[in-house]
Design a protein around this ligand. Structure first.
Ligand SMILES: Nc1nc2c(c(=O)[nH]1)N[C@H]1C(S)=C(S)[C@@H](COP(=O)(O)O)O[C@H]1N2
Ligand SMILES: [Mo]
Length: 305
């Protein structure tokens, strides 16, 4: 059977339905595009995405690079496994609970998250601790927009993330304790570069890239950028993080990209862009130092790795 993607459907075919959806959207105060069930399946075109001044002008990797070479241990530990084993991952219905030290804790449906703020395309460099890097046009908005909704109290100094885990849907999960957890300091979480991500390449995220909602932190190693988030908790002390629990001498809490701090088993001074053969020099904070270095003023980055 041929299944049409939203972008392939002629306007004339959908007009009656869109009239109906517009009415529902008006009633709910949400953009119409997010109310149809089809809008939330993987690979659906996202409308009205604006360009961001935070984007790099470097050459973008192919969609194929970014969707077939993945780290997502819930769907297998080999880079090619998530694109195979995450097929059919159920991302609807989906809710994200935002809770903890805040005045207005609540659950957000994925539709509410998509409609909370204008979606921006942010072309970011992304660096994995295993020394590969990619350039991806992600789509989302700053995490601060979501956090402000729940009104964090002054006691909220860190943010803890928990991601989805279901052994039945993830029978190939291996190599870590699940669910995968991560954390940020509050000022890192509120930084405008910190992207709550719902899409890439003009579409909703494929499951292997973290559908329906993930983080992207371009100045940190890839493992901080958690996929398929279900809980965001405002807390008052450093939250546990999956890779630190696994090997604390290899993976610290901050995990800022730093060519001068080697991984105990290999140098971090160079990286290979997917699709290229040559090695490139790795930049401090992955090249985002102008924006983020001030977050770490006075900190010994060799100690706080
Ligand atoms: N839930 C979850 N999130 C995760 C991971 C994971 O195994 N599970 N791997 C991390 C690592 S190590 C990297 S490099 C990035 C990879 O994102 P990408 O596959 O979209 O490039 O996802 C991160 N987020
Ligand atoms: Mo990674």
């Amino acid at each position: 059977m041929l299944i049409k993607r939203a972008a392939d459907i002629a306007h004339s075919e959908i007009t009656p339905k869109s009239t109906y959806l517009n009415r529902r959207a008006f009633l709910a105060g949400l953009p119409a595009a997010f109310l149809g069930a089809r809008a939330l399946t993987a690979g659906t075109k996202l409308p009205n995405v604006t360009k961001s001044p935070y984007s790099t002008s470097e050459k973008i990797n192919s969609f194929n690079d970014v969707s077939t070479y993945n780290n997502y241990y819930e769907f297998g530990t080999d880079k090619n496994e998530p694109s195979v084993y995450a097929k059919g991952f159920k991302t609807s219905p989906w809710t994200v609970s935002v809770e903890g030290l805040c005045a207005k804790p609540r659950k957000f449906s994925i539709e509410e998250i998509m409609a909370l703020a204008p979606l921006e395309e942010r072309i970011y460099r992304h660096r994995c601790v295993e020394r590969w890097s990619i350039v991806v046009p992600w789509i989302g908005y700053s995490l601060s927009t979501l956090l402000k909704q729940v009104e964090p109290t002054s006691k909220a100094t860190f943010v803890a993330f928990e991601t989805f885990f279901d052994r039945k849907q993830m029978p190939h999960a291996a190599g870590l304790d699940f669910p995968y957890v991560e954390g940020l300091r509050m000022d890192e979480a509120m930084h405008p570069l910190t992207l709550l991500t719902v899409g890439m390449y003009e579409e909703t995220l494929p499951p292997q890239d973290g559908a329906p909602v993930r983080m992207i932190l371009p100045w940190k190693y890839g493992f901080k950028s958690v996929k398929s988030i279900v809980r965001i908790k405002l807390v008052s002390s450093v939250p546990p993080t999956s890779w630190n629990k696994q090997a604390s001498n290899e993976y610290g809490f901050y995990s800022n990209v730093n060519p001068k701090v080697d991984h105990p088993r290999w140098s971090q001074a160079q990286e290979r862009r997917l699709g290229e053969l040559r090695m490139r020099p790795t930049l401090l904070f992955n090249g985002y130092g102008d924006q983020v270095a001030s977050l770490y003023n006075g900190m010994d980055l060799k100690k706080y790795y």
